[in-house]
Design a protein around this ligand. Structure first.
Ligand code: ADP
Ligand code: MG
Length: 640
């Protein structure tokens, strides 16, 4: 076990978690950034660079080819220095493009925020206006606007900004709509904030990434569009030049002096490619869904680190978990959610897993069926044998045959398990058809029978109901019906009744227990309610900071705990008929699972702590008949 502790320091592949770190990993974005930085730096430095005056004409030196003496990129038809005009022109183009982006972003985002926040008529009026802008072909509209306002850079800027407003208005409205009904906005309304304040301090910060993403992906276009208007003579007016008007000036000389148009053309190309590469990179970095890894690799099962196949231990056992370690790799941090868990479950046995929130109960259970999300989760060590099969090394197809069939899972919140768009009867039928290959008629009959067995009143009608038409207790009954549908050998229930009121909870638990006994299924029951465990389970595992700290028969463990943590948990439970008993909260907090101490993780909160507890790893050792405890002073627990 000492080796396990050493392994913790194992270096991980570096994964940047900061925005800059993620951008750096995208090599195209880095190229884009380099291009943009160089061009913008040159443009900004134009006044201090040793360049000729871009507007001084020198008829004697007209149309000098590139690499001539004193004119690096040659001269144009009026003898003006191309390099100087290029740098000054880029300055104008970038300034106009960026300014147009800011104007469009400001107006468009305001429209989007207001439309989504106020909804109804405001939304309709604003968005129909935006639709009208979008109905026109976009460069044509810009042309029409400049034609109306008169040619000139500022008017071109305004025209480009106006035609880009819809992009901002639509994406910001979409992002805001997803937020306006969220609880934190309700809470802000209830605390009496004004609409302006809510929009500015609650909504705006949340849609800012969307605004920045839209800006970074449209600024390249806006520079191109400005160049387009200038090319047509509607933007920059002589003698001032931007990249577009330079291109326009060279138009007639393509055959005789191609460099006059090729030079600004190439710069526009490079600049826009650079900006777009950078913009795409920024979008990937800023999109919160990509950041959390949710969209990057949706995998059907938890990643398992390579390791030797497990040898078989207890032949008769239904489930055997040995040395299970599941961690989350978030950026540079490694969260050891499950840190060496062992337990065995016999057929038909019921096992409770208890512990504070965050102690690793759910991750342990989800690891069994490979349901821990990857990334960031990974099962780094251990073995899980179910009826003698190594689940961690089972092909996905075979694992899917076990899920919901031989092992079924009941989650805490039935609303997240049930598909809101399907009738509940159909969802029960689905599992029957998937795993038993029943005909749809037979499945329907059996689904109604199951819904009847879980005590739904009028099951035939209820089978045609949608999840939202049922109460919380009824929904959880449906989920239990689904879990039992294929007569599983093991049911894993993760806080199945936490979302229900106490009376419903008791009834649902009785039901679960009765049906489990009838079918002979084993049960893993996860809860923080010790009372429920003592009613429902034969054995109990007490978890703390990703480890089992005590295990044994429920009655023995609860009557005479042999780990100070179990004793502390029991002291938190109110006892009926003892109103004077003081309820002790456990002082302190559990340790962070990315920074676990070397010795006992409970040491800092333990009344029995000795220096030895922190010095070395404490092993889970026998502490009585069928009992184990991870405490060197287990004999003294509960004696003073
Ligand atoms: P509980 O005992 O309350 O069921 P869990 O097993 O859900 O606790 O969580 C154990 C630890 O794993 C917690 O510290 C939690 O923060 C971490 N964890 C769980 N899911 C994720 C995830 N998707 N990403 C990162 N950390 C996670
Ligand atoms: Mg949990």
């Amino acid at each position: 076990m000492a080796a396990t502790t050493e392994q913790r320091a194992e270096p991980l592949p570096p994964r940047g978690s900061t925005a800059w770190g993620r951008l750096k990993r995208n090599s195209l974005a880095v190229v884009g950034l380099a291009i943009v930085v160089v061009i913008v730096a040159l443009a900004l430095a134009a006044p201090i660079l040793p360049l000729a005056d871009p507007n001084i004409t020198e008829p004697a030196d007209r149309l000098m080819p590139p690499f001539s003496e004193g004119a690096w990129l040659g001269t144009d038809q009026l003898g003006r220095d191309m390099l100087s005009r290029l740098v000054w022109g880029a300055r104008v183009s970038i300034a106009v493009g960026v300014a147009a982006t800011l104007v469009a972003a400001l107006i468009g985002s305001t429209i989007g925020l207001i439309a989504a926040y106020f909804g109804r008529i405001t939304d309709n009026v604003l968005m129909r206006g935006v639709d009208m802008l979008m109905a026109f072909p976009y460069l044509l509209l810009a042309l029409a606007i400049v034609a109306a306002l008169g040619p000139g850079l500022i008017n071109a800027l305004l025209a480009i900004a106006v035609v880009n407003i819809p992009f901002f208005a639509r994406s910001v409205r979409g992002a805001t709509l997803g937020l306006v009904n969220r609880e934190f906005i309700e809470a802000a309304r209830l605390s009496g904030f004004s609409d302006t304040r809510i929009i500015l301090s609650e909504l705006l910060p949340n849609v800012l990434p969307v605004i920045v993403i839209t800006m970074s992906t449209t600024v390249g276009w806006m520079i191109l569009e400005t160049a387009g208007l200038s090319f047509l003579g509607l933007g920059a007016q002589p003698p001032q030049a931007d990249l577009g008007s330079m291109l326009g000036d060279g138009r007639g000389l393509v055959m005789t002096a191609p460099h006059v148009s090729v030079v600004p053309g190439v710069l526009i190309l490079i600049l826009v490619i650079g900006i777009n590469l950078l913009g795409d990179g920024l979008r990937d970095v800023l999109d919160p869904r990509l950041k959390s890894g949710a969209l990057s690799r949706p995998v059907a099962r938890t990643e398992v680190a390579p390791g030797p196949p497990s040898g078989s231990g207890d032949k008769g056992a239904l489930l055997e978990v040995t040395g299970l370690e599941t961690e989350f790799r978030v950026g540079r941090r490694v969260l050891k959610a499950v840190n060496g868990v062992d337990f065995t479950l016999q057929p038909g046995e019921s096992l409770g897993i208890v512990g504070e929130s965050g102690s690793g109960k759910s991750v342990t259970a989800m690891s069994i069926l490979g349901l821990v999300p990857t990334p960031p989760g990974i099962i780094s060590k251990g073995a899980i044998r179910f009826q003698g099969t190594d689940l961690l090394r089972l092909p996905l197809r075979d694992l899917q045959d076990i899920r919901g069939n031989r092992i079924s899972y009941i989650f805490q919140d039935p609303l997240t398990t049930l598909n809101p768009l399907l009738r509940v009867g159909d969802q029960v039928e689905e599992t029957l058809i998937r795993h038993q290959g029943l005909s749809s008629r037979a499945a329907m009959a059996q689904a109604v029978e199951l819904l009847n067995a879980v005590g739904l009143p009028d099951p035939r009608t209820k089978a045609r109901a949608f999840p939202h038409e049922l109460s919380g207790g009824q929904r959880q009954r449906v989920v239990i019906a689904m879990a039992l549908a294929n007569r599983p050998d093991l049911i894993i229930a993760d806080e199945p009744t936490t979302a229900l009121d106490v009376t419903t909870q008791a009834r649902v638990l009785d039901l679960l227990n009765d049906l489990r006994r009838q079918t002979g299924a084993a049960l893993i029951f996860i809860t923080h309610d010790l009372g429920v465990v003592s009613e429902l389970c034969e054995r109990v595992l007490v978890m703390y900071a990703g480890r089992v700290v005590e295990s044994g028969p429920v009655d023995a463990v609860f009557n005479q705990p042999r780990h100070p943590y179990t004793a502390a948990l029991l002291a938190c439970v109110p006892v009926l008929g003892e109103p004077d008993r003081s309820l002790a909260a456990i002082p302190g907090l559990p340790p962070a699972v990315d920074d676990l101490p070397r010795g006992c993780a409970f040491a800092d909160r333990c009344p029995l702590v000795l220096p030895d507890c922190r010095a070395r790893e404490i092993l889970l050792a026998r502490s009585g008949e069928g009992r184990r405890s991870r405490c060197i002073r287990w004999q003294e627990v509960g004696h003073g």
